[in-house]
Ligand binder design. Structure first.
Ligand code: FES
Length: 352
């Protein structure tokens, strides 16, 4: 991207007046927008002014457009300097926009650039006869016909060194030139051999009929095949169902209430009844009164005495007893529990 700034003062014309044609064009463009919105026509009007000025926008042309649209000059200047389709310096009679983006480069745009540099010179340089200038631009959207250039409003595609040199010669000589592909292909049809989409039935309509006929045949075959397939899916050897399937299995060896009732015996085995009645075999919990006398549960807490009266000394910090040590043996204990008697519970549930 080149720095976009206005042409040096020595290139600027002293004045610029919109032509009658440009004025008529402006009227038509402004009428497309609601009253007071004439600024919306700024791009169209700048394009027409560029055309009138010979392919570029002098400062005076930008000012004339601003006046025509009742816009601040800086607003029109912003638009003119932003869009690369507006040339801010003089260009040749044939302004060549050379595509230097990847697809074109892969197809030989480097060779085209060498021709431009050799015959015209650097970018933005106008030849002495005023015929040519060129500028590298990004993809112009004709990649399938790469490499290509745009000269004024037309595309020239499928360029080679030879056909591009001839194109420039013809333009310089004023000879008619062919727009589009320079190798004779139509638009972006396949390059060289056509090797796809060659089936004639694609174009005579018969392919559609063939598909329909095939669908009908397949549908008919499916109709006749369905009953046969259903019959074929039925197993020929039918296996007998298992009589015990889904039922609880009873073994003769099992001594169940149902079996005992069926055999005319009491549902409950007398041996089981006797065993249930024997208290010596009953499962019992140990009552609290049968337990060995034990110490009352001791607290794991430490207590810190606080003074009850003014001036009373605060007891020294207690010592935490070793876990599991009976309070009576905890000589260093000073939390008050050392004075508590051990609680003994006898069998009559009396404490001592
Ligand atoms: S890359 Fe050149 S036209 Fe798209």
């Amino acid at each position: 991207m080149a720095v976009r700034k206005l042409a040096p003062e020595n290139m600027q014309p002293e004045n610029f007046v919109l032509s009658a044609e440009t004025e008529a064009f402006a009227d038509k463009e402004i009428a497309k927008y609601p009253p007071g919105r004439q600024a919306s026509a700024v791009i169209a009007l700048l394009g027409k002014a560029q055309e009138q000025a010979g392919g570029w926008l002098p400062r005076k042309a930008i000012e004339a457009v601003a006046t025509r649209l009742d816009m601040p000059v800086i607003r029109v200047m912003e638009v003119a300097t932003f869009y690369t389709m507006f040339n801010l310096e003089p260009v040749g009679k044939y302004f060549i926009q050379f595509c230097g983006t990847t697809p074109c480069v892969l197809r030989g745009a480097g060779d085209i650039r060498q021709v431009l540099e050799r015959r015209i010179g650097d970018q933005n340089h106008v030849t002495a006869d005023g015929n040519f200038s060129w500028l590298e631009v990004e993809c112009l959207g004709a990649c399938s016909n790469a490499p290509m250039v745009q000269i004024n409003d037309d595309y020239y595609e499928d360029l080679t060194t030879e056909n591009f040199e001839k194109l420039l010669d013809d333009l310089a000589a004023g000879h008619p030139v062919k727009v589009g592909s320079q190798i004779g292909r139509s638009r972006s049809e396949p390059f060289e051999a056509v090797n796809t989409l060659q089936d004639p039935t694609l174009y005579d309509g018969s392919l559609v009929g063939a598909w329909r006929k095939r669908f009908e045949e397949q549908a008919k075959a499916a109709e006749t095949a369905e009953p046969a397939a259903a019959m074929a899916s039925i197993p020929q050897e039918v296996k007998a169902a298992k009589p015990t399937a889904g039922r609880p299995i009873e073994s003769d060896a099992a001594d169940t209430p149902a079996k005992r009732a069926k055999e005319g015996e009491t549902p409950i085995n007398p041996a089981d009844q006797r065993e249930a009645a024997d208290p010596s075999k009953a499962t019992k919990g140990q009552s609290h009164t049968e337990a060995e006398p034990r110490h009352a549960p001791q607290s794991g807490k430490s207590y810190v005495a606080s003074p009850k009266k003014d001036g009373e000394a605060v007891p020294s910090s207690p010592t935490t007893p070793v876990a599991g040590t009976p309070p009576a043996q905890a000589e260093t204990r000073r939390d008050g529990s050392e004075s508590k008697p051990d609680v003994i519970v006898d069998k009559d549930n009396k404490s001592s």
